[in-house]
Design a binder for this molecule. Structure first.
Ligand SMILES: [Zn+2]
Length: 479
């Protein structure tokens, strides 16, 4: 429950923050700020939930009856809590519903484990909107995959590898065993362990066991098991930015420089250490193992290649559905950025949109999202309320995220304001048809140079885009 409350508080917190900013600056209303151009993102519609409605009590009873790790009544409590909590998350819109990526994931699971029985095994896949690259299997047999995982994986076989790993945790009852072990260690026995019902940090042993089991499943499937190590490398990252993306490049171009000397290797390490100590991980982020395994990532990769050579593994020669995968991978990357922004998760959103912009340099949406997230970060900074946002953002042990955190925490307001203004001005000069850029340029002038200068840009906007999406805000500014 604590975790769930935290998720709620987080959403609430961001909402409050937005309101506060609107009040402080008297500028952009929160609803206006949420307007994201989404010309290529009309794929998902939440509508019919009937597929996800069933008798939770009955399901929990059946599951409790079919396991022999825990006492039946204890198991029943765990299952029914898990089912109820997931059901709550479905209703609050945490998952994509009836979408083609979920269907695609179901298909992959079918290929990995053709003997899977939905009555007793994996019975559903839920695709969450979180951009944190993670997947985990809940004790009841629900596989939760974050959209961020699909955006990070480079091939269908890598994605299949992560799913196979999760399936093995489920098949080997790792969650139930973990609950049992935790309970046996607690002498008092009074504290309920129903708070651990969803997913948890597994033991190192369980991780290796799930790697081995996952590899065996993949080796017997049409997917390429040689990709498994790469998936591990991408997800665990070992503290590096596993995508190889250099986020500091953005702040160092000739046109608009920012002093990034505050970002030293020592400081980055300190920030990462601090963030990994925090226990505020929400359900969809750091709960499962794929993350928690530092510093075991490299060892696990080595173990994986040992296993494959011991079974004389020969990879399949055909490539599966790579076009389908690439389409979903691209879609996922755009969805991640959109979700981050809707959740006012500007630091994560800024990172993901910068990366998107590098992957798809000519894409206007990517560029506009860089602008929007950057603007909001600078705006919060100038209003003196950025610390809360930065401390709430999960850095998931990525160097890039720690670097960004340092930049926005430690750069003086004026320098950041100047950087933002110069950046937008250059962008506008290079493309004077992008209304989002002009709108944020005016807003940046508002922060950095004051109302009178900003009016020049606001006037320019209203004459160039009289029917623009930001026109009501601009008119308010001019009158
Ligand atoms: Zn695991």
């Amino acid at each position: 429950m604590v975790l769930f409350l935290r998720t709620l508080l987080m959403k609430n917190f961001n909402f409050k923050l937005l309101l506060l900013i609107s009040l402080v600056l008297g500028s952009i209303s929160s609803s206006e700020a949420q307007k994201v151009p989404d010309d290529q993102l009309k794929v998902f519609q939440n509508s019919d939930l009937s597929k996800y409605v069933f008798d939770l009590e009955k399901k929990a009873k059946t599951l409790a009856k079919n396991q022999d790790v825990l006492e039946k009544d204890v198991a029943y409590k765990l299952y029914s809590n898990a089912l109820m909590r997931i059901s709550g998350m479905i209703n609050s819109g945490d998952f994509y519903i009836n979408d083609e990526i979920s269907e695609y994931l179901e298909g992959i699971i079918q290929k990995i484990d053709p003997d899977n029985n939905p009555e007793t095994g994996i019975y559903r896949v839920l695709l969450s909107r979180s951009s944190i690259p993670n997947a985990f299997c809940v004790i009841d047999g629900t596989v939760i995959v974050n959209i961020g995982l699909i955006g990070l994986m480079e091939s269908e076989s890598q994605l299949a590898g992560v799913l196979a790993h999760e399936i093995c945790h489920f098949k080997k009852n790792h969650s139930l065993q973990q609950v049992k072990a935790t309970n046996e260690n607690k002498k008092s026995g009074r504290r309920s362990y129903t708070s651990q019902y969803l997913s948890m940090k597994y033991s190192r042993e369980s991780e290796y066991e799930a790697d081995a089991g996952g590899l065996n499943l993949i080796a017997a499937s049409p997917f390429n098991a040689n990709e498994y190590s790469k998936a591990l490398e991408l997800v665990t990252g070992d503290g590096q930015d596993s995508t190889g993306f250099d986020v500091l490049k953005f702040f160092k171009t000739d046109a608009f420089k920012l002093d990034t000397s505050i970002v030293s290797a020592k400081e980055v390490k300190r920030v990462l250490r601090k963030s990994s100590k925090k226990e505020n991980k929400t359900l969809l982020s750091g709960n499962d193992d794929m993350f928690e395994s530092h510093p075991e990532g490299q060892k696990r990769q080595l173990a994986a290649s040992e296993i494959l050579s011991s079974i004389n593994y020969v990879a399949p020669t055909t490539t599966l559905n790579s076009d389908v995968f690439l389409r979903f991978q691209r879609l996922a990357r755009f969805e991640m950025v959109k979700n981050d922004y809707y959740r006012a998760d500007y630091l994560q959103g800024f990172y993901n949109s910068l990366r998107l912009s590098e992957l798809y340099p000519s894409d206007a949406f990517a560029k506009n999202m860089v602008v929007s997230n950057l603007f909001w970060l600078c705006n919060l900074k100038s209003a003196g309320v950025i610390d809360d946002l930065l401390s709430e953002t999960e850095l998931r042990n990525s160097t890039s995220m720690a670097q960004l955190k340092l930049i926005f925490a430690d750069t003086p307001n004026d320098d950041l304001g100047k950087f933002l203004f110069t950046y937008l001005k250059k962008l506008w000069e290079s493309d004077n048809t992008n209304e989002t850029v002009l709108y944020y340029l005016a807003s940046a002038a508002d922060i950095h140079l004051g109302k009178e200068t900003a009016k020049i840009h606001y006037k320019n906007y209203s004459s160039k885009f009289p029917d623009g999406i930001y026109i009501s805000n601009v008119n308010e500014k001019l009158h």
